[in-house]
Design a protein around this ligand. Structure first.
Ligand code: R5P
Length: 279
């Protein structure tokens, strides 16, 4: 049985349509701003789905309160499916005195949850901070299914080396070539950015990344591909953490922009719900 937090309400209809049973919960706010939750039903094993986009802290506190309520009702096994995990980019101390925020979040969730499933975690190595079973889920199936036909015999590219595995996972589902952009110094003052070992001329290209924030990374890559004579340029990412105006800027620069629904946005057209139901 599933419990849906307020950060996953946008996934609820599809979860039900695909056969997922959902337990009723009441979630409201006390007049002083604190959250009130109440679980109206129970089951032996429960999967809580909660995405922790903005307001991140509120969504996280809800996860803790709902888990406490579920344990109180006797739930034996509790899994957390977190399509977007807040604080996942703060994975190291860069200035003395800072926390490793993702560790703090995972250790807190581990007080209540037996298993943790996260989509496309910024640094998958940080799963080690969760002492129970912890899984990084790939959006590759969803992205490949959405863009496969439009892309035809095209190629899949990562905007940098760090995202290469993401491009590879999508390309392998479609049986296509993949590569990544690399910065190459061509003179003391000039740096050239181009896809490694791949010719994009006349080919449709899908650029895949984990996050789009300002859109700068994707726009730069798309403009280069146009200069290189690429065909259609599509952009996909797992998490649309869009800064103000980013959707419009990226949309103008490419043939189509679509992200998964780990975070609800106007371009969250790629659904990861089938992957949740498949767990
Ligand atoms: C970086 O590590 C991430 O994978 C993304 O490439 C980055 O967050 C994108 O940011 P922006 O959209 O602001 O260029």
């Amino acid at each position: 049985m599933f419990v849906i937090g307020s950060g996953a309400r946008h996934l609820e209809d599809e979860i039900k349509a695909l056969g997922g049973g959902v337990l009723d919960v009441e979630i409201k706010r006390f007049p002083d701003g604190e959250k009130y939750v109440r679980v109206l039903d129970s089951a032996e094993e429960v999967t809580l789905v909660q995405s922790t986009f903005r307001p991140q802290d509120e969504h996280l506190v809800e996860m803790i309160l709902l888990a406490d309520a579920l344990r109180e009702r006797g739930v034996r096994k509790l899994r957390a499916v977190v399509p977007y995990l807040a604080y996942s980019r703060q994975d190291r101390v860069t200035k003395e005195g800072e926390p490793v925020s993702v560790r703090a979040v995972m250790k807190t969730l581990a007080l209540y949850y037996d298993e943790l499933y996260v989509f496309d975690l910024h640094n998958p190595e940080t799963l080690k901070f969760f002492p129970g079973k912890a899984v990084n889920l790939s959006p590759a199936r969803a992205i490949a299914e959405y863009f496969g036909e439009k892309l035809g015999e095209g190629v899949v590219l990562a905007p940098d080396k760090g995202a290469r595995e993401r491009a590879k996972a999508v390309a392998e589902k479609l049986g296509l070539e993949y590569s990544h952009f690399e910065k190459k110094r061509i003179s003391p003052t000039e740096v050239e950015m181009r896809p490694v070992d791949i010719d994009v001329k006349g080919k449709n290209v899908l650029i895949v990344d984990d996050i789009i924030s300002t859109g700068g990374t994707m726009i730069r890559a798309a403009n280069l591909l146009r200069e290189m004579g690429a065909g259609k340029v599509f952009v996909a990412a797992t998490h649309g953490v869009f800064a103000e105006g980013a959707i419009e800027r990226v949309s103008k620069a490419v043939d189509e922009l679509a992200v998964t629904n780990t975070i609800p946005t106007p371009v969250s057209r790629i659904s990861i719900v089938p992957d949740i139901l498949g767990l």
